[in-house]
Design a protein around this ligand. Structure first.
Ligand SMILES: Nc1ncnc2c1ncn2[C@@H]1O[C@H](COP(=O)(O)OP(=O)(O)O)[C@@H](O)[C@H]1O
Ligand SMILES: C=C(OP(=O)(O)O)C(=O)O
Length: 324
């Protein structure tokens, strides 16, 4: 990191509590380690997630080690397309997205509808490409020129959003779930087993939503890793923390950062609820989450809902049927 980078991050990044750092031209894992060390010196930015941008063959060659170190990956297809022969790009995308999915780390794909910079409609190839990015497992799409200087930024977002939603409807969840369970192997960690069971239960009972209690965001991310067909409401429970000078609550970073994970919809719980998972606290937080789900239209009367939470020391998955 050069001095100007450090100054910008210190002056602008730290007070703005940036959620994500996109690390351009990541070539190997050491780049990510250096960036993390740099952020750790900037107060709140120790929580900033680092997304390694893979934009050349060197980054591609070290993909596995970079993925291990980074919090997420951006597949910078425009620049990669310069370094790679065109016939190699699709396979790189499929393989990289599969690896991100199995690691449970978000993957972002760039350069999808270039032609919408000047046109109201994407080409057929672009429209198909967006759908394929979703079917290949991407978590998010990053627009560039279309929204930076394009003539139709709003239409671009809604068109890409509609294509993504259609592709999500036909995503082969069943096959994906089986592959992921097989990849994780046995014995699973308790949490992985709880997360996969919650997704399986939600599909079997045709739940409209999965509600997951979490503080760090980890439990909700693990559920999303199994790509449930219904939305996951991630209820982030704030914890009180201190740096010896002042007290503050955790949660805001964790809630915002989960927005980049496919299928996760965060909600920050009232910090006045005690962070310990007693049954009274769980009940009152659950009521707020259900009301929130109803208000946003994802939960309707008589729906089934799967809830993932800790009661005392035990993690439980419960299925509830709503009366109204
Ligand atoms: N504050 C909380 N209240 C109730 N349940 C919780 C809370 N935080 C986490 N859980 C649940 O506890 C289990 C273990 O989660 P864990 O991964 O340890 O927490 P986190 O997601 O905060 O890292 C999961 O089932 C999760 O839904
Ligand atoms: C460089 C970028 O991506 P691409 O290489 O896909 O153009 C970008 O979006 O910043």
């Amino acid at each position: 990191m050069s001095m100007p980078h450090f100054q910008v991050m210190k002056k602008w990044g730290a007070p703005n509590k940036i959620d994500f750092l996109s690390l351009s031209y990541t070539r190997h894992a050491e780049d990510v380690r250096q960036a993390r060390e740099f952020l750790s010196k900037l107060g709140d930015l120790s929580q900033t997630l680092i997304f390694a941008k893979i934009e050349n063959v060197e980054g591609l060659n070290h993909f596995d080690e970079i993925l291990e170190e980074a919090d997420g990956i951006i597949l910078s297809r425009g620049n990669l397309g310069i370094d790679l022969p065109p016939e190699k790009v699709f396979l790189f995308q499929k393989s990289a997205l599969h690896k991100c999915n199995m690691a449970g780390k978000p993957a972002v794909v760039t350069r999808v509808v270039d032609s919408m910079t000047d046109n109201l409609r994407p080409t057929r190839a672009e429209a198909t490409d967006v759908a394929n990015a979703v079917l290949d497992g991407s978590d998010a799409i990053l627009l560039g020129a279309e929204t930076l200087r394009g003539l139709y930024p709003v239409e671009t977002i809604s068109t890409v959003g509609r294509i993504c939603a259609e592709a999500e409807k036909v995503f082969n969840q069943d096959l994906y779930f089986k592959r992921t369970v097989k990849y994780v192997g046995e014995p699973m960690t308790h949490l992985e087993s709880i997360a996969s069971s919650a997704v399986r239960a939600a599909i079997k009972v045709k739940a409209s939503v999965i509600i997951c209690f979490t503080s760090s965001g980890r439990a909700a991310r693990l559920i999303a890793k199994y790509r449930p067909t219904m939305p996951v409401l991630s209820v982030v429970i704030p914890r009180l923390k201190t740096n010896q000078l002042k007290w503050s609550f955790t949660g805001a970073f964790e809630a915002r950062q989960s927005l980049i994970v496919r299928g996760l919809f965060p909600m920050l719980a009232d910090p006045r609820h005690p962070a310990e998972s007693t049954s009274t606290t769980n009940e009152s937080v659950l009521k707020v989450a259900l009301d929130h789900g109803k208000a946003s239209g994802v939960i309707k009367s008589h729906d089934r809902v799967v809830v993932c939470q800790k009661v005392g020391d035990s993690s439980v998955v419960k299925i509830i049927e709503l009366d109204d």
